[in-house]
Design a protein around this ligand. Structure first.
Ligand code: GUN
Length: 315
């Protein structure tokens, strides 16, 4: 629970409590994991591969592993040195692809610069790609048939649904065009019949777009990029940013105090979207496990495609 923030901000916006929503969803996932274990005699299992010793990535990986334990998913964390060559990393991924006891595989991003991210992501078996970052799963998302929606956008969608916030017909503005958050969020909300606009670092006069948003999703990685005068009165504001200030404080991308006074709903940072991201990874892992055991994945049974010539960043 949030200790310091009231459920409704003093001036009006309802604070969307991501921890509470995540807790409720995890209770459901715990039951699903237990029933999988009872039926098949093994737990759902996720392998997380971390290359290098980036402090933030280590923390995220540790959180993923703890969350797995919390709902009854087995997890294996493989930590490789930052100097790992592409071929060695691909062999580690292949090994996890072949291991029938493993249902989900993810490679924590960002990768060290010498590793071509798409070549790595595309080596993960599509039916184990619980991040939804493989080209095949990105294509499924674009077609509206995703089996593994990327975890952060999936968490955003679940928060909106859980709060009873309508999506169809709403003006959605997404600030940030990353492959992990911005683009898939836009695609998922468009699929739900929203009118979607994506803004990014080169957008001229950001405010002229954000002011039109009924639902504003901010994933820019810049503290205070959204201030009250950029927000329509009554808008729903979803802050995906996680920024550490020089004083150590963690903040989002939105001026929370100011924007709370205009928005109808707002997510805090921490305690908003963050807990949902990990929760949706657990949900995708259970989905992968069930599909594998129940052979419900005919359209996911394409072979791994091997390396890709692309070396651009996934983000
Ligand atoms: N790095 C930041 N977010 C993510 C995520 O959702 N998945 C992976 N694999 N790496 C990340």
């Amino acid at each position: 629970m949030l200790d310091t923030q009231p459920a409704v901000h003093a001036t009006g916006a309802k604070i969307i409590d991501g921890r509470q929503h995540a807790k409720r969803l995890r209770e459901e996932l715990r039951i699903e994991a237990a029933s999988f274990q009872a039926k098949f005699g093994v737990p759902p299992k996720l392998t997380v591969i971390l290359v290098g010793d980036d402090a933030a990535s280590r923390l995220y990986v540790s959180n993923k592993s703890k969350a797995c334990a919390d709902v009854g998913i087995e997890s294996l964390v493989i930590v490789l040195p930052a100097s790992t060559e592409l071929e060695s990393l691909l062999e580690v991924i292949e090994e996890q692809n072949r291991d029938a006891s493993v249902h989900g595989v993810l490679v924590q991003l960002p990768l060290p610069r010498h590793l071509p991210v798409h070549a790595v992501l595309e080596r993960i078996a599509v039916e184990k790609d619980v991040d939804g970052f493989h080209l095949y799963n990105v294509g499924s998302l674009a077609l509206g048939t995703a089996v593994f929606p990327p975890c952060t956008p999936y968490g955003v969608q679940k928060l909106l649904e859980a709060e009873g916030i309508p999506i169809a017909g709403q003006n959605v503005v997404v600030v940030g065009a990353s492959n992990i958050v911005g683009k898939p969020t836009a695609m998922m909300l468009m699929q739900r019949d929203a009118t979607v606009c994506i803004c990014h670092a080169k957008t001229r006069d950001l405010a002229q777009f954000t002011i039109l948003a009924d639902i504003l999703v901010v994933a820019a990685g810049r503290p205070n990029i959204i201030v009250p005068q950029m927000v329509k009165t009554g808008a729903v504001v979803i802050d995906v940013g996680i920024n550490r200030l020089p004083n150590g404080k963690i903040v989002g991308d939105v001026d929370f105090e100011g924007v709370s006074q205009k928005a109808s709903y707002i997510t805090p940072v921490p305690g908003g979207v963050g807990p949902m991201t990990v929760t949706m990874l657990l949900a995708n892992t259970i989905t992968a496990a069930k599909r594998m055991r129940e052979s419900q994945s005919p359209h996911l049974s394409v072979p791994s495609t091997g390396t890709s010539p692309s070396t651009s960043s996934a983000d």
